[in-house]
Design a protein around this ligand. Structure first.
Ligand SMILES: Nc1nc2c(ncn2[C@@H]2O[C@H](COP(=O)(O)OP(=O)(O)OP(=O)(O)O)[C@@H](O)[C@H]2O)c(=O)[nH]1
Ligand SMILES: [Zn+2]
Length: 364
């Protein structure tokens, strides 16, 4: 059966149409409809993980088929069942599939259910993109890639990534690339008080052992601005990445660089002579920025946990903005409890809180 004429009603639109959807809480108006027709199929559904999404087609890694003798791990192509057509299904999602799960060329399985998500990374609509997008499900970590120079690192961008990570319940890590071009010290100083693991990297001298250790057994979404060296780093960590993405391309029919959706790649530390446990790297080509409209103010405050003791001492209801009366942050700058770097952190926090409220009001 060719997937071109498969009878489902997936359109060509990506998941952007699902703006504002809430993943688990949304009532399903069809929940009570009898589904006897489907039940026999669902009984032998197999589980898998979505490793790539492209125009309503999903690459899904399954460990085995429904048949007990069929223990081949493989990536298959699937569409989603009609009843899931309003759900955003993204890289990292755990799904159940029915239909042809052979993975043979030209076959198409069907996703019939979507598992609960441990975490969900989203980005709000912003200047570059008018709709909210769900980027990746079930990521444990976010590895923020910034360059020491070319492009110049920006505190504001890292602040946004951190807020998005803390909002999603994802642990941040930082890699600074291109350390051959500039001293990364001064920029990293700004974030030192957060105690985020930091790696310094330059092409040909990537700290592969350390990064593989950090990725082991986890799913880590890589984010970074264009040109920071994210692809260079991923290729060093997953030397067969091109092969792996080539495979997904084959089945979904589009090139990686023409697609803006994310893709999961399993690391193989043995390939670079290390014996670390494999992990999953989720690349996010095309994710250029993180709007803050959906982020709760609390998540922003949490991403500044270095300032937490001061914030706790603020008057009830303090906005912590520059015009807030008696904000403890101002007192701490004035009496020297916060040094120059600390004062910069306060400025960052205020900028983020301010940006967030203006992005919220522009959404309305
Ligand atoms: N000097 C120097 N150049 C680097 C380093 N790492 C990557 N580059 C160069 O920086 C440029 C961008 O690298 P990519 O890996 O393509 O960057 P990217 O972040 O994937 O960028 P997009 O593909 O636009 O998302 C390339 O010309 C790389 O050769 C480094 O450590 N030092
Ligand atoms: Zn305050």
């Amino acid at each position: 059966m060719s997937w071109l004429n498969f009878d489902d009603d997936d359109g060509d639109e990506p998941y952007g149409e699902y703006a504002d959807h809430t993943v688990r809480a949304r009532p399903n108006p069809k929940a009570n409809r009898p589904r006897t027709k489907r039940r026999p199929e669902h009984a032998d559904a197999v589980g898998g993980m979505v490793t790539g999404v492209d125009r309503g087609r999903y690459a899904v890694l399954i460990a085995t088929g429904a048949d007990p003798d069929d223990a081949r791990e493989r990536t298959i192509v699937a569409s989603r069942a009609r009843e899931l057509r309003r759900e955003a299904i993204v890289t990292g999602d755990r799904v159940q599939l029915v239909g042809d799960v052979s993975g043979d060329e030209g076959t198409l399985a069907r996703i019939v259910s979507l598992g609960d998500r441990r975490t969900l990374l989203r980005r709000s609509a912003d200047d570059t993109d008018r709709v909210e997008r769900v980027i990746v499900a079930n990521a444990d970590q976010m590895l923020i890639v910034i360059a020491a120079a070319n492009p110049e690192p920006r505190v504001r961008l890292v602040d946004r990534y951190l807020a998005a990570a803390y909002d999603a319940g994802i642990t941040p890590l930082l890699v600074m690339t291109k350390t051959d071009l500039a001293d990364p010290g001064p920029f990293l100083e700004t974030f030192a008080s957060l105690e985020i693991p930091v790696f310094r990297s330059r092409v040909g001298a990537e700290p592969l052992a350390e990064i593989h250790d950090a990725l082991a057994g986890r799913t880590t979404v890589f984010v970074g601005h264009s040109g920071v060296g994210k692809s260079t780093l991923i290729n060093a960590l997953v030397p067969d990445a091109d092969r792996a993405t080539g495979h997904v391309n084959e089945v979904t029919g589009r090139g990686r660089h023409t697609s803006s959706s994310s893709i999961a790649l399993r690391t193989d530390p043995a390939l670079v002579g290390l014996d670390a446990v494999p992990g999953w790297v989720v690349d996010t080509p095309g994710v250029r920025s993180f709007g803050l409209g959906h982020v709760e103010a609390d998540a922003i405050l949490r991403s500044f946990h270095d300032l937490a003791p001061l914030i706790d001492a603020c008057p009830r209801g303090c906005t912590h903005l520059a015009d807030a009366p008696d904000c403890e942050l101002d007192a701490a700058i004035a009496d020297g409890r916060l040094d120059a770097v600390g004062a910069e952190r306060v400025e960052s926090l205020r900028r983020l809180l301010h940006d967030r409220s203006s992005e919220r009001s522009s959404e309305r």
